[in-house]
Design a protein around this ligand. Structure first.
Ligand code: NAP
Length: 515
């Protein structure tokens, strides 16, 4: 019996011993930089001529690793390997599958700082954010292992006299996993192990900006005893390999986390039935957000300012849950704005290898340009009150940026920027604040800062987001505690890290036997 699930504790870096241990891990990872990583198909390592080079976003010159790049031929081999392996893997007992996840979690836990150090280097995560990313990866494995045990026998159904009925879940088949770079470990690992533990085989295509941490994780799964062919590691271009896998007639399930643009396109493509395909594909698509912190007039205003700043600037605003806008009651607007600006101006930006920096870089040049473009739009649409500058000479650094006095329909109030930019808007009353909070096409997370019980109840009912928080920031969902997924154009609301997630990777079967 596995002990009850509890989330992995976060590391306290104010303790000297922990700080030292992390520095040792960073030094170790620095010694590993520039190595080459192969594809893994049917357990065989494949080196290709075409490569993906992964760079440190804080230092453009530094190469994190060089990873072989799959093309359509290799993707085809991988589909066939996954298709064949499915026949044996689906018959492996749920307990055995769950045990592999627990063993993999134990391996990662022993090498926790090493994985976090890779995230510092490859994704530009500050220590605290990297530590939380690794903890979440461990949590997904521990949580899904236990969930599998609870659902392995299905659910009770009625039986009449002379009849024995059963209702249980059976895996779907070849699963395409396409993951983003912003939780390069947690989301990549979580969306990989969920199909595995439920008996599916996987084609893992990680984001091209963060393939090294994924390659490291595949090594862990092998060490934990995962049979060959269950996970096939095929980094490659989203447009080339991604489309090929999504369209493939043998693909049964697609689980994607990323932008609205790619997610909706993929959702549409997956609906097409191709020659040779004898099933409908299932799709789990988790996409972007334009998440709001609402501040009521009856609120702790220090808490409000802190919640806005933490939600907006944690990991440089590169979280789908980032609070990239705040809607504040007009009676307290000026006071909250002053506090937000003060807190923002105290934030430090720089190389995240140093734990003194609150914010590191943004992920790459394209992101840098896109965010700086939105800052220009913000200058037209609102009043710049903090930040507004960037420097891409060594890495992609952008100062935390606050815009005030936005019209609720302004572009920076509506579009996902995915960078350290927050837009503030004024509401006449609480009803209007909730109306504004609901006025985007997204519905992922939200927070309300209020002491008013009636308003809490109203927000519970009317603030239409998948993850709603009161009197705290709107980021930082924890596996098993805050199942995560959004409404509207934020996705299919799969609620990763929640009790209903694994079932999405299976189909229910009813068996009726007469005796
Ligand atoms: P992205 O550009 O959509 O990329 C996500 C993944 O899709 C990458 O592996 C990418 O590969 C791949 N891809 C790109 N084009 C593709 C295509 N035509 N067909 C198939 N796959 C394709 O998103 P991102 O920039 O990595 O991540 C940021 C976005 O993810 C934000 O919008 C954020 O809100 C969202 N997100 C949502 C959640 C959630 O739970 N709702 C969590 C995290 C992030 P390449 O890297 O090779 O292009």
């Amino acid at each position: 019996m596995l002990p009850t699930y509890k989330h992995e504790p976060f590391t306290d870096f104010t303790i000297e011993e922990n700080k030292k241990a992390f520095e040792v891990a960073l030094e170790y990872v620095e010694g590993q930089l520039g190595k080459s990583y192969d594809l893994v198909v049917g357990g065989e390592r494949i080196s290709t001529e075409q490569k993906i080079t992964s760079y440190n976003p804080a230092n453009k010159e530094e190469i994190i690793g060089i990873v072989s790049k799959a093309n359509k031929d290799i993707a085809e081999q991988a589909v066939n390997a996954a298709y064949e392996t499915f026949e044996s893997w689906r018959k492996t007992s749920p307990e055995e599958r769950a045990n592999i996840l627990v063993r993999a979690a134990a391996i990662v836990r022993r090498r926790k700082h090493e994985f976090s150090a890779y995230l510092v280097k490859e994704a530009g995560k500050p220590w605290k954010e990297a530590d939380a990313d690794t903890a979440e990866a461990i949590d997904f494995m521990e949580y899904y292992a236990r969930q599998m045990i609870t659902i392995k026998d299905g659910k009770p159904v009625n039986s009449r006299k002379g009849e024995h009925n059963r209702y249980f879940y059976t895996p779907m088949g070849v699963t395409v996993v396409i993951s983003p770079w912003n939780f390069a470990f947690a989301i990549m690992a979580g969306t990989t192990v969920a199909p595995i533990v439920t008996g599916n085989t996987v084609l893992l295509k990680p984001a091209s900006t963060t393939p090294v941490v994924a390659a490291k994780f595949v090594e862990v799964l092998e060490e934990a005893g995962l049979p060959k062919g269950v996970v096939n590691f095929i980094p490659g271009s989203g447009a080339e390999v991604g489309d090929y896998l999504v369209d493939h007639p043998k693909t049964a399930l697609i689980t994607f986390t990323g932008s609205r643009e790619v997610g909706t396109r993929l959702y549409e493509r997956a609906a097409v039935v191709h020659p040779g395909q004898n099933h409908l594909k299932r799709v789990i698509v988790e996409m972007g957000g334009k998440d709001t912190v609402v501040v009521d007039k009856d609120a702790d205003l220090d808490l409000a300012a802190e919640s806005i700043v933490v939600s907006a600037f944690g990991f440089s605003g590169q979280k789908c849950s980032a609070g990239s806008r705040a809607v504040i009651h007009e009676d307290v607007y000026d006071e909250v704005l002053t506090k937000v600006v003060k807190l923002t101006k105290n934030l430090t930006v720089g190389d995240p290898t140093s734990n003194n920096n609150y914010m590191g870089p943004v992920i790459d040049e394209a992101s840098f340009k896109k965010i700086m473009g939105y800052i220009e739009i913000g200058k037209e649409e609102g009043r710049l009150v903090a930040g507004g500058t960037g420097d891409a000479s060594k890495g992609y650094f952008i100062q935390p940026t606050v815009f005030a006095d936005l019209d609720p329909q302004a572009r920076i109030m509506q579009e996902e920027i995915f960078g350290p930019v927050v837009a503030l808007s004024k509401a006449k009353n609480f009803d209007q604040a909730i109306e504004i909070a609901n006025n985007t096409e997204y519905g992922l997370t939200g927070a309300v800062i209020t002491k008013n019980r009636e308003h809490i109840e109203k927000a519970k009912r009317d603030f239409h987001v998948g993850n709603l928080y009161f009197n705290r920031n709107c980021t930082g969902a924890i596996v098993g505690y805050h199942p995560f997924g959004g409404f509207k154009m934020s996705g299919t609301d799969s609620k990763a890290g929640g009790p209903d997630y694994l079932v999405l990777h299976m189909q229910a079967k009813t068996v009726s036997e007469m005796y």
